[in-house]
Design a protein around this ligand. Structure first.
Ligand code: MN
Length: 418
């Protein structure tokens, strides 16, 4: 593909949805309730089922039009990367500037943002969350344990993770009620029960598994990219007070499964490939099954904003996916080294992505240093954690001198406890 290709669809220079992106999502037409696999180019939604009806994709071997009117992307993803990558490349061809005159009939597939609603793109089967940012793990270990031994002894050997819950994963734009639960304040002998007082976000990305394995099979770091369909932004909402009381010895439970937010468009690994960058030098040396070759980190600029009700937003964090210590390929190799099988639609969270500088910390826990350093918002109010009626917005994009590929927003609003 010519990375300088322009589109005949109008796209603003700062749009995440350039002609080089072509992410996949599920939209509902508000007027007709029709549901379809779609993409977004600039501010134009393109209904892939209409493109197919007009004759697109018919020369792609293995393509199946019936997958484009499903409620989730899973069956489309199951066609395999040779098909889905070819679909993406054909869309780029259809809408690149030089093909404007011959492809006018495809404007029948166009919809405006106001006429559609984005639905959850993937039916998530199993969901795993890792803990792979070294700055985040160091900050948390420093705060809650011991600054001299901030990282647990296993941390540089194992991409640490826990099994999360798929049922409460929601698409950007949703609201949820502040969770209630047990907490044990430090100054109290007994636990208390009530709404969480320490509600936090976690700035993460997640990848969607695009190819299944059978029980007993392992995925090598070398083959891992074949099993990763694409990525989304991910807010792993966390109730710190509930978490502190419940997490020993088996890890987070009710502190993280009340709601999790993902962005609506799955950006393919193909689209992210030009932004690959070098990973951490890993010392001590990792076990052979975790070794990998080449540039496997990705330069994805990330930010978090808080928007109080009836107010403007304040950006409180700028981080980058390139700060990950463990790569997606290592996570997947580790996840399956024992023979654990993965399925199409499984979701793997990165873990909170913090950078080395204080403005790069990916959670309120770190930004406010456990509530000891409140953040000032543009409207003059202060935050140690997230208040009722606050909207938290994650954004992420890759940019080089020629192209921009981004995720749009991953946004949710907190309502008072029920
Ligand atoms: Mn997390």
């Amino acid at each position: 593909m010519n990375s300088l290709a322009k589109s005949w669809i109008s796209i603003s220079a700062d749009s995440d949805f350039s002609i080089q992106n072509i992410p996949f999502g599920i939209i509902k037409h508000l007027k007709t309730q029709h549901i379809s696999v779609s993409t977004r180019i600039g501010d134009t939604i393109v209904d892939l089922s209409v493109l197919a009806d007009l004759g697109a994709f018919s020369s792609i071997k293995g393509f199946d039009k019936s997958t484009l009117t499903n409620l989730y992307l899973n069956d489309f993803i199951a066609l395999g990367k040779t098909v889905t990558s070819a679909v993406r490349l054909e869309i780029i061809e259809l809408f690149k500037e030089s093909n404007k005159d011959i492809n006018q009939k495809y404007t029948a597939s166009f919809l405006q943002l106001k006429d559609v609603e984005n639905l959850l793109p993937v039916k998530v089967g199993d969901y795993t969350d890792f803990y792979s940012s070294i700055d985040h793990a160091t900050n948390i270990g420093t705060m809650i344990r011991d600054p001299k031994n901030a990282l647990m002894p296993n941390w540089k050997y194992i991409p640490v993770g826990y099994h999360g819950r798929g049922s409460s994963i929601c698409v950007s734009g949703h609201t949820f009620h502040r969770p209630k639960g047990q907490q044990k304040p430090a100054d109290s002998e007994f636990p208390t029960f009530g709404p969480s007082k320490l509600l936090d976000f976690e700035l993460e990305t997640a990848y969607i598994v695009g190819k299944s394995t059978t029980l007993g099979e392992s995925i090598s770091t070398e083959k891992a990219d074949d099993y990763i369909f694409g990525m989304v932004l991910f807010n792993d909402w966390s109730a710190r007070d509930i978490q502190t009381w419940e997490y020993i010895p088996l890890g987070p439970f009710l502190s993280k499964n009340f709601a999790s937010t993902i962005s609506a468009w799955v950006v393919t690994l193909d689209a992210l490939e030009p932004f690959r960058t070098k990973g951490y030098t890993q010392e001590p040396k990792v076990f052979p099954y975790l070794e990998y070759r080449g540039n496997k980190n990705i330069d994805i600029k990330l930010e978090v904003a808080i928007m109080p009700e009836n107010s403007s937003e304040t950006v409180i964090c700028n981080s980058n996916y390139k700060y990950m210590y463990w790569t997606m390929e290592q996570q997947l190799a580790h996840h399956t080294i024992n023979g654990c099988n993965v399925n199409i639609g499984d979701m793997m969270g990165s873990g909170t992505i913090s950078g080395p500088e204080p403005h790069e910390y990916g959670s309120m826990m770190e930004l406010s240093w456990k509530g000891t350093k409140p953040l000032k918002l543009n409207d003059g109010s202060e935050r140690k954690f997230i208040n009722d009626h606050d909207t938290v917005i994650l954004r992420g994009y890759c940019q080089n001198e020629n192209i921009r590929v981004g995720f749009g927003e991953c946004k949710a609003k907190v309502l008072p406890a029920n």
